[in-house]
Design a protein around this ligand. Structure first.
Ligand SMILES: *Cc1c(COP(=O)(O)O)cnc(C)c1O
Length: 349
């Protein structure tokens, strides 16, 4: 979801961006106003996340799935080892892709499912390999609704796929070697992928790495090695400004906690709905839930859509429902969903 004021502002200036008589997407990415806008977006992102100078910020293509390859190709040799935490759908996808590029991919832990809910095993139980080049994890599993509320710090450089939780709360970037996130969950339009990487790791990717996935080359070219996703970059910059105007990530974290608590509290109190994740591992961004009567799912989805509540269908790999509560989603939308859910139970009883 995009913030309403950002959509309005973008719509208003679409035909005539910065008085140039053309839209931003008709501008050359080498034109001065575009380059200025691009630099401002980076500066605003740095301010939001308090990104230290020792980290480069890259604006790349190819989505998080592109990074599943870029990470091993930049941080490891072909016969090397890396560790991965397996906590849901997206870490599974990252592991499969890493196997194409590494000698050995260690699975340090797996999500535990039991009647008391899905749980991430504590770090003390992880099978960490001291020779691994890096440790990869997925702080928020978008599809499974599982989130780390802690950072797995170890000796090994830490890599995180933050696609669905970036900018949802303040973050200590210094704890990470590399953070990546595709834009389309919590930032802006699809097409842009953010990478925040420690500059000391930019000593060249392995032989054969496509240049557009080579962090060192992309950084040297100021993320303009080829044409970047210009419109997505511009829209993301607008979202960064909106976040700053809202009071930054502490305020966003506060609002996100209120939204998630409301929805989980309702689901837990109502027998008709259930969420199968243990309390301490629940995602504040994505709330999957099931109906006690699975035959009612189709009518739930149809009627909720008619009521203006969109995108509630769970991912095709898991079924059920999923409410995504990304930054731009107002608390009133959560209230409307709960009201609908209550009414749905009442009329079926
Ligand atoms: C959506 C998502 C992806 C995939 O992103 P693409 O941009 O489609 O490649 C990967 N990881 C996480 C955590 C996601 O939420």
């Amino acid at each position: 979801m995009m913030p309403e004021p950002v959509l309005q502002a973008a719509a208003a200036e679409l035909p005539n961006w910065r008085g140039r008589g053309v839209s931003v997407m008709e501008c050359s990415h080498r034109a001065k106003p575009f380059v200025e806008m691009a630099h401002q977006a980076e500066a605003d992102l740095r301010a939001l996340l308090d990104i230290p100078d020792e980290y480069a910020v890259l604006f790349m293509h190819g989505g998080a799935c592109g990074q599943f390859s870029a990470v091993p190709m930049n941080l490891s040799r072909a016969d090397a080892k890396a560790d991965y935490a397996m906590t849901g759908h997206w870490s599974g996808r990252a592991i499969s892709e890493a196997r194409l590029h590494l000698g050995e991919v260690g699975t340090v832990c797996e999500l535990e499912r039991s009647s008391s809910g899905a749980r991430i095993p504590p770090l003390t139980q992880w099978r960490l390999n001291p020779d691994a080049d890096y440790l990869h994890y997925t702080p928020n599993e978008t599809i499974d609704g599982v989130e780390f509320h802690w950072i797995p710090e170890s000796e090994t450089p830490l890599v995180a796929d933050m696609s669905s939780c970036i900018l949802s709360q303040p973050l200590d970037v210094r704890k990470f070697a590399l953070i990546y996130a595709s834009a389309q969950k919590n930032i802006g339009p699809a097409g842009l992928t953010l990478v925040i990487v420690k500059r000391s790791l930019l000593s060249g990717a392995r032989d054969g790495t496509p240049s557009i996935l080579d962090y060192t080359k992309v950084c040297a070219a100021d993320s303009m090695l080829n044409t970047p996703p210009t419109f997505a970059w511009y829209m993301s910059g607008q979202v960064f400004q909106w976040l700053l105007e809202q009071g930054g990530l502490e305020e966003i974290q506060r609002r996100n906690a209120i939204k998630a608590d409301k929805l989980y509290n309702y689901i837990d109190a109502e027998d008709f709905y259930s969420n199968e994740v243990a309390g301490e591992c629940r995602s504040r961004m994505n709330v999957p839930f099931k109906l006690a009567d699975a035959d009612r799912e189709a009518s739930f989805l149809e009627e909720s859509e008619d009521a203006g509540l969109l995108n509630l269908k769970g991912h095709r790999s898991v079924g059920g429902m999923r409410a995504s509560l990304y930054n731009a989603l107002p608390e009133a939308a959560v209230d409307a969903l709960i009201e609908f859910m209550r009414e749905f139970v009442r009329t079926r009883a």
